[in-house]
Design a protein around this ligand. Structure first.
Ligand SMILES: [Zn+2]
Ligand SMILES: [Zn+2]
Length: 252
């Protein structure tokens, strides 16, 4: 029990530190941009407090997995040769696809009138999210979501390096998707690969029009279920201006 509590405290600290570092970095970078989001007073404080509280909820199943892994009870492996090399990308994709499908449907459910205020209102206090909103979930929402990846480690074999890669990639994309501006080039966001991924452009729509864009990583479920909406591309600043002549001052 003492060992579990120490692991739980350590996981809470690691998850919170990872959040503070990543969100702080992206928030600082976005602050330099003229199109940076301007959230209402108190919004950032709310996003940070909720995110730090969520860190403890996510740490609980994470600590359980670490303890089980140490005891040899999970399917997390360390020897690359234990499974064929092709399993490395396949396992990563499987984890992402299962988490994405789970989140899409739980997310839609949380938007139901009778559930929204109990499970998901905390995240949607940010109409203009900042990078600090990347982990801002009600504790009830965190409890519905935090166990998915930990449970998969008992069902689908995964290399420990893939686990780390997924955690880093998920942190980066969650932060970028909430930072309030699109850092990725529009040619990628609307391209043949990026067009299937959730980006800040896509998720920003969800924070303004809550009945669309429920996905987490991929746009597959949104497209299948007809909830996918992308805003029109922003006209480039170098695009020619309107040629409408300015009205002349009346003579005299
Ligand atoms: Zn969001
Ligand atoms: Zn939502």
């Amino acid at each position: 029990m003492a060992s579990f509590l120490i692991t739980f405290a350590a996981m809470t600290a690691i998850i919170a530190a990872r959040y503070l570092l990543t969100s702080g970095l992206i928030y600082g970078l976005v602050l330099r941009r003229p199109d940076k989001p301007v959230p209402p007073a108190g919004a950032v404080r709310h996003e940070i407090l909720l995110s730090l509280a969520s860190s403890a909820v996510y740490a609980l199943p994470a600590a359980f997995v670490v303890e089980q892994w140490k005891a040899g009870h999970t399917l997390i492996y360390t020897q690359l040769s234990a499974w064929p090399l092709w399993w490395v990308p396949v396992s990563a994709l499987l984890y992402l696809a299962i988490q994405d499908a789970h989140y899409y449907w739980v997310h839609r459910l949380m938007h139901h009138r009778s559930l929204f205020r109990w499970f998901h209102a905390g995240h949607h206090r940010s109409h203009t999210p900042t990078a600090w909103a990347s982990f801002a979930f009600d504790l009830t929402e965190a409890a519905l979501v935090a166990w998915v990846l930990p449970v998969l480690t008992f069902v689908i074999p995964i290399h420990v390096g893939v686990v780390l890669f997924l955690l880093i990639a998920m942190t980066a994309t969650a932060t970028l998707n909430h930072c309030g501006v699109e850092i990725l080039p529009q040619s990628f966001v609307r391209g043949p690969v990026g067009g299937w991924l959730i980006t800040a452009t896509h998720h920003g729509v969800h924070h303004k029009r809550m009945q669309t864009n429920f996905g987490l990583h991929f746009r597959l479920w949104d497209r299948l279920m007809g909830t996918d909406v992308m805003p029109d591309p922003v006209r480039s600043k170098s695009a020619p201006r309107s040629q409408t002549p300015r009205p002349r001052a009346p003579p005299g």
